[in-house]
Ligand binder design. Structure first.
Ligand SMILES: Nc1nc2c(c(=O)[nH]1)N[C@H]1C(S)=C(S)[C@@H](COP(=O)(O)O)O[C@H]1N2
Ligand SMILES: [Mo]
Length: 232
């Protein structure tokens, strides 16, 4: 099987991210609850409404910008296009011109994607991974899964989806530089970041994988020990 440019398969699926977020965890990882806000007619809080949408399953590869890939993961949840049509367009009255979509996690992480990219059939909001409820490590209670885009767009611990007409409301998490954040971040085109070619960034990013994996795993273990939470 051929991997996208610059990617290398890993047997495991490590908890990963920007260092600032390693020690931040959601307060209520067992309860789905997110808001639809931005340039919408009325703000909507989504909880049980998701259950009215068709549940979908998919198997897809997950590609972190630092070059590791976790292949053939099984996700279960809801299609983003259904969430958009039923909850954003209908219930929240998002206008069709609001094409910039910002996702926020309970840990303060956020990312931004274009609506056109999000309406593809493989984009989901997932609450299950490989037959289990999403654990704390992978984004409980709900995360974005957009396999054609690098991992850093796939926000975990989702608490808000914002629809905007322009990008003014969005800034990549402080203090990380904007050059790390490509507006589309398509894996197939190696859009790892801005201004610097992906083929150069891949060499730099590869170096930080071992330390980041270790740091994020250690933080999760410490959190579990402290809270003795039943959720994995
Ligand atoms: N809320 C939140 N979402 C996040 C991150 C984060 O730190 N916090 N890290 C991003 C990055 S850089 C990657 S590679 C993936 C990692 O997902 P995983 O921990 O399930 O492997 O989550 C993305 N979504
Ligand atoms: Mo990442």
């Amino acid at each position: 099987m051929k991997l996208p440019p610059g990617q290398q398969a890993r047997a495991d699926f490590p908890r990963f991210g920007l260092g600032k977020f390693a020690r931040r965890f959601p307060a209520t990882p067992e309860r789905i609850r997110f808001r639809i806000v931005g340039d919408v007619g009325r703000e909507v809080t989504v909880e049980h409404q998701l259950q009215g949408l068709p549940r979908v399953e998919q198997t897809s590869d997950f590609h972190c910008v630092t070059t590791w890939s976790a292949l053939a993961r099984g996700w279960s949840g809801w299609r983003f296009s259904d969430v958009y049509e039923q909850l954003a367009r209908r219930d929240a009255a998002a206008p069709p011109e609001a094409e910039v979509v910002v996702f926020r996690g309970e840990d303060g992480y956020c990312s931004c994607l274009m609506l056109d990219d999000l309406l593809k059939p493989d984009v989901m909001l997932a609450d299950r991974l490989d037959g289990q409820p999403l654990g704390l490590g992978h984004g409980a209670p709900l995360r974005l899964v957009a396999p054609a885009h690098y991992g850093y767009k796939n926000v975990k611990h989702l608490v808000a989806i914002e629809f905007w007409r322009d990008r003014r409301a969005y800034r990549f998490p402080f203090p990380y530089p904007a050059l790390m954040d490509h507006p589309r971040a398509r894996v197939a085109f190696e859009e790892r970041g801005r201004w610097i070619p992906g083929a150069i960034l891949r060499r730099l990013y590869r170096l930080i994988i071992p330390l980041t994996v270790w740091n994020f795993a250690r933080a999760l273990n410490e959190h579990r020990r402290r809270t003795s939470m039943s959720i994995r």
